[in-house]
Design a protein around this ligand. Structure first.
Ligand code: CR1
Length: 838
């Protein structure tokens, strides 16, 4: 062994930590159990075994990780910095085994130790550091960037408590604190040496520096330490391992000695708690929370930590920050990190002596902004009072950005004063607010939506003015999902079937799924496909039995699945109206010939979102009646899978026959679950909303079940004065369903339970359920008819998978690299830190 620790290239690491043959893996596993966990097999818990295996796998990532960081540092490469307040990376063990290509060896190694790999994989508690689509998208993008050898850092927040765990009690959602760090997190490494400080509050003062230049400094009244925790993100069968760097807030000193000296012991400890609160908990809302100081503190905290970190990295090899924007591309994942625009300006001017013009140029060159929502209530804004008291210097900078921007507006539209208030970064229509989307738009060189329709609507509507002003900044980047997690890991049966026909190149070149198309006409392949589907449906059926105690039939019943956050615009309750409609048909004619269906729901409701929680209760109440009515004879089953998260979603997508994507047109920015389903061979019933539009184009309209109003019809009908009551009173089946809900048929103990929901449908129906009801029912009838023809259904299912290749996150990342980031792939060579044994 060479002990030279001074020269990085010479460091040697035990090859028990890198070897990937079964015997070495076995030895390493026992070693980790003993030395890292202090256990031997006889007294080890399942979690000890999981941890020992996780450490064994982590060891095998580290060389690639260190090599990647070293490569980036040495070569002045441009690095993507993804700024996201949320990451839903899901469980890491299974994914890393696949990316390292050591699944089979590890399976055998643990088997020889008397353990089962799938059990150990299931043991992992996922980091639920996000709410839904936006956080999961960030995780898919991290995976694709590593797989494509794109240098990248994901910056975010290490919430101590992620999204709450959901339990269902008597049909209601109950929230349980997510203590995901309880048993330790084997995937992260704290990098305390890279700790930074972040200021908050206080005031600013101006002064003249030694060169007699006018300067401003910020004198915060609090500082918080940001400690980075790094997780390696390895690409698929490549040496690139990028970093997910999440910041934890800590008090600057573990004790405020001054306070201690004067005897205020509790006050001192209190301050520590106060600082650490910043990264304590994820806001469990999938739309922004207005006016919560802690939320703004979270956003500023992680953005400031990250920008300081980037500047430190930059100055390690560069003389100054002039070329900062040439070496970093910072992507703002929604407006949550958009305070970064003002913070980079501050760091450049107040800390690094840049003049406004140059600082602004660097800032705009560095940032780009992705919008993820069209819901007007979801546009982030902060009241001036709150903003100014927390970030006084940033407010000044925003005023100056605004002054200069509005000057341009005046020149551009000399005769239109209304433009000023429309464009202003400050909303002055009532109480005054900082408009974060406006800040993101002016501070970025590129702005994008996440599906064709969404980008169009941004241009026409939400960001219309900005589009008129700088059309060249706008592009569309349709979302994508990673085939590694969403096919290879989640659906081994499908993976094997596809690979048996077209090889395995599709895993990194998803367009190659096209080669499956001819097999859609091959009866043998269709048979194999159908059997595969049956197998994964059986797998899910067993879970449902175990988890919910409900028996469902994977053989003849159509699995009709609706999983996503619970939200009125996503219209889970429209699905319920269909279930009740079918139930009524059976009640009227118990011998009716009906296609059996299993309705599967899953998703969390924001804890303060009353209507969403009532929808969960409605689903479960309807299930209670339908599942237990002897007339139904098991032909309809309703299941609510509790605690929908990445882990629990993985067995769900593969088992779907039908994917419910039924949001009100114009409301869902893209959707990504829609892609996961169709890639796994589900057919979609959907509106022309978000990426559904493009999915339908790809798979062909004959292989997609379309219904409902189009986005422009929705706005038209709204502007003409939509009256849901007309639909209610003129449609008998609909009226019956609504009346049953309001009469308490599904809530015998409390007949008024669902009144708020019924009233909101009858008197407002913001999301047009009643207008779309008949079209939805008719479409569902077509689905049932189509399902009777199993052979043709299977054909359509194959064609869905075969034609979905463009929805890979690899494709999306390539587009970001070319059109927005101007970043190239940098292959990483595996440096030989380790001397092979023997
Ligand atoms: C959108 O609602 C989209 C994801 C990822 C969500 C969903 O349609 O697929 O973003 N938006 O782009 C969101 O979470 C906070 O906003």
């Amino acid at each position: 062994m060479n002990d030279n620790l001074t020269n990085g290239n010479q460091i040697q690491i035990e090859d028990d930590r890198t070897g990937i043959d079964v015997q070495t893996l076995k030895r390493a596993f026992s070693d980790n159990l003993f030395y890292a966990l202090g256990k031997f097999p006889e007294i080890a818990t399942k979690n000890d075994f999981y941890m020992a295996l996780a450490y064994t796998v982590r060891d095998r990532l580290l060389r690639r990780w260190l090599n990647s960081q070293e490569t980036y540092l040495k070569q002045d490469v441009k690095i993507v910095c993804y700024f996201s307040a949320e990451y839903l990376i899901g469980p890491q063990l299974g994914k890393n085994l696949i990316n390292l290509a050591i699944v089979e060896q590890v399976r055998q190694a643990v088997e020889e130790c008397g353990l089962n790999l799938d059990d150990l994989i299931e043991q992992e508690e996922e980091p639920g550091l996000g709410n839904g689509g936006l956080g999961r998208l960030a995780a898919c993008y991290m995976d694709s960037m590593a797989t494509l050898n794109i240098p990248a850092i994901g910056y975010g927040i290490r919430y101590e408590f992620g999204i709450f765990d959901q339990e269902i009690c008597e049909g209601w959602q109950v929230e349980i604190t997510d203590k995901w760090l309880r048993y330790g997190n084997p995937w992260e490494i704290p990098r305390t040496e890279a700790t930074v400080e972040v200021g908050l509050g206080g005031y600013t003062e101006s002064f003249y520096d030694e060169n007699n230049r006018y300067r401003v400094r910020w004198l915060p009244d609090r500082t918080v330490k940001g400690v980075p925790y790094d997780t390696p993100i390895l690409g698929y069968k490549t040496n690139t391992a990028n970093t997910l760097r999440l910041w934890k807030a800590e008090a600057p000193e573990s004790f405020n000695f001054q306070a201690f000296n004067v005897g205020d012991y509790y006050g001192a400890v209190n301050e520590k708690t106060y600082s650490e609160n910043i990264t304590k908990v994820l806001y469990p809302n999938d739309e922004p929370i207005q006016g919560k100081q802690l939320r703004l503190e979270q956003q500023f905290f992680f953005v400031s930590c990250s920008l300081q970190d980037m500047i430190r990295l930059h100055l390690a090899t560069q003389e100054n920050l002039d070329n900062f924007g040439e070496l970093f591309a910072a992507q703002l994942n929604d407006t949550h990190p958009s305070i970064g625009v003002a913070e980079l300006m501050r760091l450049l001017m107040d800390v690094h002596d840049y003049e406004w013009e140059q600082a602004w140029e660097i800032t705009q060159k560095t940032f780009a902004y992705t919008n993820h929502t069209l819901l007007p209530e979801a546009l982030e804004k902060w009241s001036l009072g709150l903003f100014g008291s927390l970030l006084p210097r940033h407010l000044e900078i925003i005023y100056e950005i605004n002054r200069r921007f509005l000057h341009e507006i005046r020149t551009h539209y000399p005769n239109d004063v209304s433009k000023l208030s429309n464009f202003s970064l400050i909303d002055e229509t009532g109480e005054k607010y900082v408009r974060m989307a406006h800040l993101a738009c002016v501070g970025s060189h590129a702005i994008n939506g996440v599906a064709d329709l969404h980008t169009q609507l941004l241009k026409q509507d939400v960001l219309r003015g900005f589009y008129e002003l700088f059309p060249e900044k706008f592009t569309n980047k349709t979302n994508g999902v990673t085939p590694r997690r969403w096919i290879v890991l989640s659906n081994p049966e499908l993976t094997e079937l596809i690979t048996s026909k077209i090889g395995d190149n599709w895993i990194t070149h998803l367009e190659e799924l096209q080669q499956l198309e001819p097999f859609a006409d091959d009866p043998n392949f269709r048979n194999a496909w159908r059997q595969m589907k049956q197998q994964v449906k059986t797998r899910l059926a067993r879970r449902i039995e175990k988890r919910c105690g409900i028996t469902v039939d994977p053989n003849y019943s159509l699995f009709d699945i609706h999983v996503k956050r619970i939200h009125e615009y996503k219209r889970q309750h429209l699905n319920v109206l269909h279930i009740i409609t079918l139930y009524n048909r059976i009640k009227k004619n118990p011998n009716i010939d009906i296609v059996p269906r299993t309705f599967i729901f899953g998703g969390k409701a924001a804890p303060s979102y009353f209507m969403a929680k009532l929808i969960i209760k409605l689903i479960n109440s309807v299930g209670e009646v339908v599942n237990n009515d002897p007339d139904v004879r098991g032909r309809l089953k309703v299941v609510f899978i509790p605690d929908y998260n990445v882990t629990n979603s993985q067995p769900v997508y593969p088992a779907a026959d039908l994917s419910e994507q039924i949001s009100t047109a114009g409301k869902e920015a893209s959707g990504t679950g829609n892609m996961k389903f169709s890639l796994n061979g589900a057919l979609t019933i959907g509106t022309l909303d978000g990426a559904n539009v493009e999915i339908r184009q790809q798979v062909g309209e004959e292989n997609f079940f379309l219904f409902g109003l189009k986005a422009e019809e929705v706005s038209q009908m709204k502007s003409q004065g939509y009256n849901p009551w007309e639909f209610y009173s003129s449609n008998e089946a609909l009226r019956e369903v609504i009346d049953q809900i309001s009469s308490g048929l599904f809530s015998p103990e409390e007949s008024n339970l669902f009144k708020p929901l019924v009233d909101s449908l009858l008197y407002h129906d913001e999301y047009m359920l009643l207008a779309d009801y008949q079209s939805y029912i008719d479409c569902q009838d077509r689905v049932s008819e189509a399902f009777r023809d199993w052979d043709n259904w299977t054909r359509m299912s194959i064609l869905n998978t075969a034609r979905m290749g463009i929805f890979s996150s690899d494709r999306a990342i390539r587009e970001y690299c070319q059109d927005i980031w101007n970043v190239q792939a940098v292959p990483v060579k595996l440096e030989d830190y380790v001397q092979a044994k023997g």
